[in-house]
Design a protein around this ligand. Structure first.
Ligand code: GDP
Length: 466
């Protein structure tokens, strides 16, 4: 692992110490209170009864008591010391492991606040780590993703980003642009002498290659988004087709109300469900038929919206009922309006299916949600169709954040505009402007270029204590 620019050799500009409980609120075996910043160890030492912490080495653990200002013992603790710059934030850091009760933990935190240490903002530790060059911005974002990850695949993707794989790609792109810019600007310097230094063909090749590589990375976003946010799956079909029953069978809990009165599911119901490492957001619709009922009509409207936003549409047809011409047309209509969105046609209630040989329908699968028939096949099918045509391999890098996608798209636009300028024989200064913009766009991903706004919105997603 390469050393970050600010570690080891350079001194870190340590800020005022901050503190927060770093473990979840609740009862547990232990809880950790973190303190980071200038003179953090000396500060904590004021309330510590045991060895003199200021005389101990980095990366050592010490047993003792935390006392309040009246010198009463608050808790027996273990403190871990980190000297700057060898800590998560790069600053001097103390981690106090105390007993895991809510009150005890809070009491230890209170002692830290009494010492004049300020409460940390959400994500402030990680923000300091970023500012101290401990990680790139895309890595800091990965920390948040990792914390919020709801499935194995989302965790894998966050881990990759945390390892800096995205950053590596972006660095490489930036280098390519810098090389191109150098070629162009060299020519600019000598423009008076009327010398052409830039090899147009070489420049064109470089830019085309870059355009293609950005394209490849952008192509992973669709998958990345599914992995991170889950596959938005909508169940559609006539009332009583068995949508709620299937949802309950998949999720394994009584989440949707199941009745045999048509139109019971008046609103859309969303449920989180994971299968084989992939997260799904299941939406049970109110059905999509025309209705006079106002409340039901609202439900139908929401169902329509859910259908339009879906990543996967599952149409359920009750096999115990004859297929009417109307439903046949409905299905065809849905299939058509689904467009590129994967659409699966499922026959339900196969246990009581009508004995009609030719329904002239091409079902992807016939299931029975009540009897549990073919449910595993359905799960497999859902995963397979959701990821179909998508590049998907747990080892490949995925762009999961819309912020990164936007930046990549902007960079690509600028690269393309430079290519166009080159093609039209424009002067180097035009190209140079485009290339420099592309460079800026990419810089926003790794954090070479940031604004307060970007930083605020990123770090506010963190929990306090991270
Ligand atoms: P929805 O309106 O599409 O959500 O349909 P429901 O899930 O509420 O189901 C309507 C009725 O069909 C209920 O009485 C269910 O018990 C019944 N049902 C659902 N799935 C099956 C199945 O696989 N087999 C049988 N025999 N009945 C089912």
């Amino acid at each position: 692992q390469e050393a970050s620019p600010n570690t080891e050799e350079q001194d870190i500009n340590q800020k005022e110490p901050i503190t927060a409980i770093a473990t979840p609120v609740g009862e547990g075996g232990i809880a950790v209170i973190r303190v980071s910043g200038k003179n953090a160890i000396a500060k904590v030492n004021e309330a510590f009864r045991g060895k003199d912490l200021t005389k101990q080495n980095s990366h050592t653990v010490h047993f003792g008591n935390i006392v309040n200002k009246n010198d009463n013992v608050v808790d027996e603790v273990l403190v871990t010391l980190f000297h700057s710059p060898k800590s998560y934030t790069g600053e001097e850091t103390v981690e106090i492991s105390c007993h895991g009760g809510v009150l005890v933990t809070q009491a230890v935190l209170e002692v830290m606040l009494e010492l004049g240490i300020r409460s940390a903002e959400p994500g402030e530790f990680t923000q300091r780590a970023f500012l101290n060059g401990k990680m790139e911005l895309s890595q800091a974002e990965a920390v948040a993703d990792l914390i919020h990850a709801k499935s194995q695949k989302a965790m894998d993707a966050a881990h990759q980003q945390l390892e800096g794989q995205l950053g590596e790609h972006i660095k490489q792109f930036r280098q390519q642009i810098i090389d191109a810019t150098a070629m162009v600007e060299l020519e600019l310097d000598f423009v008076e002498e009327d010398v052409e230094f830039a090899d147009k063909e070489e420049l064109e090749r470089l830019l085309k290659e870059l355009d293609e590589e950005i394209d490849n990375l952008l192509a992973t976003y669709e998958t990345g988004r599914l992995v991170k946010h889950g596959v938005r799956t909508v169940f559609i079909g006539l009332p009583n087709a068995g949508k709620s029953t299937l949802l309950n069978t998949l999720v394994g809990k009584e989440r949707a109300i199941v009745t045999d009165i048509a139109g019971t599911t008046r609103d859309t119901i969303d449920v989180d469900w994971s299968y084989d490492g992939l997260r799904f957001k299941l939406t049970d619709t109110a059905g999509l038929r025309d209705t006079e009922d106002v409340i039901e009509a609202e439900g139908v409207k929401r169902s329509q919206e859910a259908f339009e936003k879906a990543d996967l549409a599952v149409y359920l047809k009750d096999l115990s009922k004859e297929l009417t011409q109307e439903e046949r047309e409905d299905i065809a209509q849905f299939q058509k309006s689904a467009g590129d969105t994967p659409f699966v046609l499922i026959g339900t209630k196969n246990d009581i299916a009508l004995d009609i040989e030719d329904e002239r329908m091409d079902y992807d699968l016939k299931i029975s949600a009540l009897e549990g028939g073919k449910i595993d096949d359905l799960k497999k099918l859902m995963k397979q169709r959701a990821l179909e045509n998508k590049e998907y391999d747990s080892s490949s890098l995925l762009v999961t954040s819309s912020r990164h996608r936007d930046a990549l798209q902007n960079a690509q636009e600028n690269v393309r505009s430079a290519l166009q300028a080159l093609d039209q024989g424009m002067t180097g200064d035009f190209l140079s402007i485009d290339l420099r913009s592309a460079l800026k766009d990419l810089g926003t991903i790794t954090g070479e270029i940031t604004t307060e706004d970007i930083l605020d919105s990123i770090f506010s997603r963190f929990c306090i204590g991270k």
